[in-house]
Write a protein that binds this ligand. Structure first.
Ligand code: KG4
Ligand code: ZN
Length: 365
């Protein structure tokens, strides 16, 4: 089966052509247009601008995906599209385009849950893993049951996957998502949207950092010692704001002093501390779920899964339990249509094109 998949949740417009090959998902083409650079100066995605960019990009992106795949519409077996969660104006563009194509080409339509798709990115073959420095899943298929940590800009969830279709929500954040926490922290530190990559880039490895981290740059690890799978990241932003408005921080970041840490070191110290705080909580809670549910593998997915410290720390912990961690290749962590195709191929949920409506608040299942 070959699907044409469409993704239009937020600030990325994606189209991909993919097929199933021996239980794995083979990507034939994967095209993406992003409006992130337009939102950068606003510190977050502006819904109206994002929706307008979706309209401008959707047809060119689909056309290119078909061309790169060298595929004719007659070779496509189904159209897949993200139904939600996401921004309503953005979702509408993808959903209406997919409905029109399904009706005009007389193809079945598959509705895809965006958050589930982040997990299905782990079934995509040809994981290059070159960029990540870790040879992850390679071409193996995750063994189920699995525990999955899904970390994106809007969601942070821990799921139990009994099979491809039977999923159970185990826990997640009470307030801000992990990616949202990164974005808010970055904004407070003066970096453009999306802030996760900026903070992660600045954060130093422990070995590089040594004793350079000033005493007063210390953030909490919210709920880390609580015996449940709940998380909370909104307090971290408040704690970070406490530091950025403190006299020590203002002094060392606004003046070039010969004594004490230089401006750049102070900013890097805060980025390092923030990165470690979020990652420690995510890893601890995921490992609690692993202890409790005894899965055969552990999966990571979502934009924050691009974070190298998270990839490395979780891998070390999971492997110390003699389990395998699956992490999507970097380009399949942040939003993309390849993962939508993967979800559609492995867990197809067919729907009458006339009945499909976008669901901005669709829950993961
Ligand atoms: O999954 P995604 O592309 O979009 C949503 O579905 O929300 O996730 C985007 C989020 C943003 O919050 C971004 O800051 C975060 O993923 N992100 C990262 C990294 N790369 C992207 N967070 C931490 N470290 C990164 N390297
Ligand atoms: Zn996403």
């Amino acid at each position: 089966m070959i699907v044409l998949a469409i993704e239009s949740t937020l600030d990325e417009t994606g189209a991909a052509v993919a097929r199933l090959n021996d239980g794995r998902v083979e990507i034939i083409s994967d095209i993406k247009a992003s409006s992130a650079s337009i939102h950068a100066k606003y510190g977050g995605v502006i819904p109206e601008i994002a929706a307008r960019e979706q309209i401008a990009s959707i047809i060119p992106v689909i056309t290119e995906a078909m061309q790169v795949a060298n595929t004719d519409k007659n070779q496509i077996d189904a159209i897949a599209v993200t139904q939600g969660p996401g921004m309503i104006g953005c979702l509408l563009i993808g959903v209406e385009t997919a409905k029109a194509l399904a009706l005009a080409w007389n193809k079945p339509l598959i509705a895809v849950n965006h958050m589930a798709a982040h997990v299905f990115a782990n079934w995509i073959t040809n994981h290059e893993s070159k960029n990540s420095g870790i040879r992850e899943a390679e071409n193996k298929v995750p063994e189920l049951p699995a525990v999955a940590l899904i970390v994106s800009g809007g969601h942070t969830d821990i799921m139990y996957l009994k099979s491809l279709t039977e999923w159970k929500w185990l826990g997640g954040t009470r307030d801000d998502a992990a990616g949202e926490a990164f974005d808010k922290a970055a904004r407070a530190m003066g970096f453009p949207y999306p802030g996760g990559p900026a903070i992660a880039k600045l954060a130093m490895r422990k070995s590089e950092f040594g004793s350079q981290k000033p005493e007063w740059i210390k953030l909490p690890r919210p709920m880390i010692h609580e015996d449940n799978l709940e998380m909370s990241f909104s307090g971290l932003k408040t704690a970070l704001l406490g530091i950025t408005s403190s006299p020590s921080y203002v002094h060392s970041t606004s003046l070039r002093t010969t004594e004490g840490p230089s401006r750049e070191n102070t900013i890097r110290a805060l980025a390092t501390e923030f990165n470690e705080a979020v990652v420690e909580v995510l890893v601890r809670k995921t490992m609690m779920a692993v202890e409790q549910y005894k899965p055969k593998s552990v999966l990571l997915g979502g934009g924050v899964a691009a974070n190298q410290l998270l990839r490395k720390s979780l891998k070390d912990k999971v492997e110390s339990r003699k389990l395998k961690l699956f992490v999507p290749d970097l380009k399949y962590c942040t939003d993309n249509a390849a993962m939508i195709a993967a979800c559609a191929l492995l867990r197809p949920e067919y729907i009458d094109p006339l009945l499909l409506k976008p669901e901005p608040g669709l829950e993961i299942k």
